[in-house]
Design a protein around this ligand. Structure first.
Ligand code: EPU
Length: 351
């Protein structure tokens, strides 16, 4: 059995892009499926909570840290298999997501290019069904290989059983509570399949008139749009969008558009409307760039919360509560966090 070092009281802040959070009671790094399985066994035998982190780019860790064993996933490996016009690209869950996107774009394969420059690892993509610029990763996932930490069994879950929703999947819910993602297989296209309907992308391609759209061009444009809106997480503490865009009934949407004309909204495909919370925070609540102490909403994208340096998790939590209240005051809508909270009472680490 390959057993990595397990250390005690390791500070987690450096392992998160928000740069906050207290210690893990126990901490280890898993570099292979075997190591992940051995660590799951270690936690099981001792009755410890088991929490896996990837790039730490979508989590808020409490100041008290996380009880039990926290494992940083560094399971690597990328392989591909061509099947006619399709390519099945399999990546270890600890691979850096954007390296995998870059690799697929260099090979000329279509499917991941709109999801360029998103921080984090492969394993996080199915968990929260990462989405950007008109695509959600669940649309290009073929299957997910998982370890059940209660039994130690490994199995392959087809995408149709992953219950992908808006920033949601089986892995975020009770049914997937004991499943650890080991690798993800994406199904890509060798034939051009541009997806340019998202407003910002459409506008950028329209500026240049009819151009030959290549997969690398789409990646370049997405990276350029993102760099104008998102802070560089290597220099500024952030976890991307801090809240989800609220999904409301058609009548709530109509009520709000009456009061706030211009509010961008999209159908969610299921008879409800997804509203742009960034726009609401900016144009309705005037909170773009708003700051309290060490925490603020980014000047160029109000949905992005930033740690201006030295913020604590409780400061961020209180700040986000205030933002929720301000949005509710103006819109009567209750917003939800997009970032996953770990080590708080209401958070859900693996058993
Ligand atoms: N807007 C403003 N002011 C702002 C922010 C946004 O007016 O301060 C307006 C924009 O002009 C636009 C609309 O609101 O009309 C939507 O903004 P944007 O296109 O930037 O996207 P978003 O809805 O704010 C979502 C995802 C992002 C993803 C982008 C691009 C969520 C929670 N966020 O943001 O995902 O990158 O679309 O597709 O769904 C993440 O999940 O962490 C994330 C960054």
């Amino acid at each position: 059995m390959i057993m990595p070092d397990v250390r005690q009281r390791v500070m987690l802040a450096p392992y998160t892009t928000l740069k906050v959070g207290g210690p893990a009671e126990y901490f280890a790094i898993a570099k292979s499926e075997e190591e992940m399985a051995a660590l799951a066994g270690f936690a099981r035998e001792r009755g410890l909570e088991f929490t896996v982190i990837g790039g730490g780019s979508n989590i808020l860790v409490s100041d008290d840290g996380i009880q039990g064993l926290v494992v940083k996933n560094e399971i690597k490996g990328v392989s591909s298999e061509v099947d006619g016009e399709r390519v099945f690209l399999k990546a270890g869950s600890g691979e850096i997501w954007d390296d995998v996107v870059a690799h697929s774009v260099e090979a000329g394969w279509w499917g991941l290019e709109n999801l360029s420059a998103i921080p984090g690892t492969v394993g996080a993509t199915p968990v929260q069904n990462v989405g950007a610029y008109g695509i959600e990763v669940g649309e290009v996932i073929a299957s997910v290989r998982v370890l059940d930490i209660t039994t130690g069994e490994i199995s392959e879950i087809p995408a149709t059983d992953c219950r992908f929703g808006y920033r949601d999947s089986v892995f975020k819910n009770e049914a997937g509570r004991d499943l650890i993602i080991l690798s993800v297989t994406y199904v890509l296209s060798r034939m051009p399949a541009p997806r340019l309907h998202y407003r910002d992308l459409e506008a950028r391609f329209a500026e240049h008139g009819p151009v030959q759209v290549s997969v690398s061009k789409v990646r370049a444009v997405v990276m350029d749009i993102r760099s104008g809106k998102f802070p560089d997480w290597k220099n500024i503490g952030t976890a991307g969008s801090f809240f989800k865009n609220p999904i409301v009934s058609v009548s709530d949407h109509e009520r709000l558009v009456d009061i706030y004309p211009g509010l961008p909204a999209y159908t969610d495909g299921e008879g409800r409307m997804k509203l742009s919370l960034g726009w609401i925070l900016d144009h309705v609540c005037a909170l773009r760039g708003y700051r309290e102490g060490n925490v603020g909403l980014y000047e160029r994208q109000a949905l992005v919360l930033v740690n201006r340096g030295g913020a604590t998790a409780s400061e961020i939590k209180n700040f986000s509560k205030k933002i929720r209240e301000k949005v509710f005051e103006k819109t009567d809508i209750e917003i939800e966090m997009e970032v996953r909270m770990l080590g708080f009472d209401e958070s859900n680490s693996k058993k």
